[in-house]
Design a protein around this ligand. Structure first.
Ligand code: F6P
Length: 341
């Protein structure tokens, strides 16, 4: 078989480990051939390919980013997009695609599968919000980066008696905030799933000062206040309809300073959470996903995605994986709340 591989959406530590595992097992065990598509769905749309064999994947296991490039191109928003992709596959003699991505990239993969394209998905996102898999690779790396930042901020917060706010990624789901906040001993964790009461946040902060420690607030970028209690800004939308988020950390800085009279300062971790080398956990998970994805393609299990269930890698329908996002549940948030204040 001749198989096309692409990586779409926000990049994520571990993407190269998946590509390497797919190609190594695909070539060495099954004798398949590979073609790389550049920049997510833009590659097959524009027939932009690159060689992808064992030499191309040498040495990429620890490298962050993706050797194939990525984009947030949505072929269903492009006139004749599906036909263009089908034409590319036919012209290049490509029998199947392995699409590595999050909810958007895999949502497209699922729709293409329904249109008869042979496709297998691999879940990636630092946000860990894909349904039907316990974890996605990239999440562990992002959490460790955020935890290290929180550890460092604790000491400077103490020196200056400041409230330090750490804004982490997580547009719809607060997994990074929850895990990094728990691991880093945050005094308040704010996530998109639970609109926050700014007065209660300030009460926690003041309580923390009464115990002679400086508070750390961890906030997911998509966290929102209870409606009507605090103004927030919104930006433009991307091709998948996601609003560009505009500075909840900075808004909290202003509001906390105003309400408590304490100096509050925000640190936005941003793309640092997505860059650099993956942790060992993410390298292993990404490698295992890659090995199982090429097995799935070899066996013709089209329309499926590799998923982690406990310690096992299993296949789930792409439709199930992209039906809804996996959000932080109230019971998990309640576990973290024990440490607030
Ligand atoms: O989906 C991964 C992610 O890093 C989100 O946490 C974040 O909201 C988004 O991508 C940012 O995307 P971009 O880099 O395109 O601004």
């Amino acid at each position: 078989m001749r198989i096309g591989v692409l990586t779409g959406g926000g990049d994520c530590p571990g993407l190269n480990a998946v590509i390497r595992a797919v190609v190594r097992k695909g070539v060495e065990t099954y004798g398949h051939e590979f073609v790389g598509f550049r920049d997510g769905w833009r590659g097959p749309l524009d027939n932009d390919t690159c060689p992808l064999g064992v030499p191309e994947v040498r040495g990429i296991l620890p490298r962050g980013g993706t050797i194939l490039g990525s984009s947030r191109t949505n072929p269903f928003k492009v006139e004749g997009g599906v036909e263009r992709i089908k034409a590319t596959l036919a012209n290049d003699g490509i029998d199947a695609l392995i699409a590595i991505g999050g909810e958007d990239t895999l949502g497209v993969a699922n729709r293409l599968h329904q249109e008869g394209v042979h496709v297998v998905g691999v879940p990636k996102t630092i946000d860990n919000d894909l349904n039907a898999t316990d974890y996605t690779f990239g999440f562990d790396t992002a959490v460790n980066i955020a935890m290290e930042a929180i550890d460092r901020l604790h000491t400077t917060a103490e020196s200056h008696h400041r409230v330090l706010i750490v804004e982490v990624m997580g547009r719809h789901a607060g997994w990074i905030a929850l895990h990094a906040g728990l691991a880093g001993g945050a005094n308040v964790i704010l996530i998109p799933e639970r609109p926050f009461d700014i007065q209660q946040v300030c009460d926690y902060i003041e309580h923390r000062y009464r115990t002679h420690y400086a508070p750390i607030v961890v906030v997911a970028e998509g966290a929102v206040p209870v409606e009507g209690t605090m103004a927030v800004k919104e930006g433009a939308e991307d091709a998948f309809g996601h609003v560009r988020l505009m500075g909840i950390g900075q808004r909290l800085e202003e509001e906390i300073t105003k309400r408590t009279g304490k100096e509050a300062r925000a640190t936005v971790l941003g793309h640092i959470q997505r860059g650099g080398t993956p942790t060992a956990y993410d390298r292993v998970l990404a490698t295992r996903f890659g090995l199982h994805a090429i097995d799935a393609a070899h066996n013709g299990d089209w329309g499926t995605m590799t998923a982690l269930h406990g310690t096992r890698i299993e296949l789930v329908p792409l439709a199930e994986a992209t039906r809804e996002l996996k959000l932080v549940t109230p019971d998990l948030y309640a576990e973290a709340e024990v440490f607030f204040g």
